[in-house]
Ligand binder design. Structure first.
Ligand SMILES: [Mn+2]
Length: 300
């Protein structure tokens, strides 16, 4: 197994949705022993701490427009830190926070691929493919995938540098089971590869994971974005928007191991852990174990 230098960057972001608690996600993952767990695998791990994200109660983050600016500003900071990480050839782990942070983390990953495009594997119950026009809730954490392909609010689309960060054909989604009506329409015509729970039930995770990698086979770098609500709520109760019928413990580990074996994954988001809704930090502990599986932990 390849020994890596890993950098952990926390983004205690909860402005992308309305439930409090996901801002404590980075603490929960650290408390669950992320750094030590990865060091035990032989990696060198640095923790860069957290970026600044204003509280919703602060004036700078009040109201929809200001929230949007605060999210875009935090994503820009994350992009700048992530870019340094990419330039050093380190593996980056971004701890959310809600899923809006991926606008910054994936912009950083894509920066490395300015000449060479990157692939994204988006593991989630939701497609996060809304624009302000299509979104029933207006929540920004439902918009990052749209923003990353250059659709929606300019402020989000232009984080890091102007315009599209990832080609739709270079995005694969796994675990999807809850879409808004307009979002479903948009997704069907987007060019994004979507593996829903039905695909997983019919074909099995091993086949789906290999198909996902096969669709991205021509790309040198892959970013994995892991929304903990992709897992079944029985396994990961500490998330803001739980949806029944998700990935099992075993499916999630198998997916991470197959992605890890491939060797092209350069960065990882772990998002949407909500310790307030969790059962004794179970969700963060599972997230740490999944990160370990991606980074070389094997049974034998
Ligand atoms: Mn998500």
């Amino acid at each position: 197994m390849q020994k890596r230098t890993i950098r952990i960057i926390g983004a205690p972001m909860d402005l992308g949705q309305n439930r409090r608690g996901v801002d404590m996600g980075p603490s929960a993952a650290r408390y669950a022993g992320l750094q030590a767990r990865l060091e035990r695998l032989g990696h060198t791990v640095y923790d860069a701490g957290n970026i600044h994200v204003p509280n919703p109660e602060e004036n700078e983050a009040e109201g929809t427009g200001k929230r949007l600016t605060a999210v875009a500003t935090a994503c820009q900071t994350l992009y700048e830190l992530g870019t340094q990480c990419v330039e050093q050839g380190d593996f980056a782990i971004y701890l959310g926070g809600d899923h809006s942070i991926s606008i910054g983390s994936i912009a950083a990953a894509a920066q490395s691929g300015a000449a060479e495009p990157i692939g994204v594997i988006w593991i989630d119950a939701h497609a996060d493919f809304n624009t302000p026009q299509s979104s029933p809730s207006g929540n920004i954490h439902g918009m990052p995938v749209a923003a990353l392909i250059g659709e929606g609010t300019e402020q989000l689309v232009n984080v890091g540098y102007p315009g599209r960060k990832v080609q739709p054909a270079h995005i694969v989604q796994i675990g999807i089971r809850d879409l808004d009506d307009t979002e479903r329409e948009r997704l069907a015509h987007s060019g994004i590869s979507v593996f829903t729970m039905r695909h997983l039930d019919e074909l099995g995770m091993a086949a789906i994971a290999r198909q996902a990698l096969d669709r991205l086979r021509h790309l040198k770098h892959i970013h994995v974005s892991l929304d903990m609500d992709s897992l079944d709520p029985d396994e990961a109760p500490g998330v803001g928007t739980p949806v029944p019928g998700g990935l099992s413990y075993r499916e999630a580990h198998l997916l991470m191991e197959i992605l890890g074996d491939n060797g092209r994954v350069q960065s990882l988001d772990i998002v949407e852990i909500n310790p307030i809704l969790d059962d004794r930090n179970k969700t963060a502990e599972l997230a740490v174990e999944l990160a370990a599986s991606l980074l070389g932990q094997r049974i034998l």
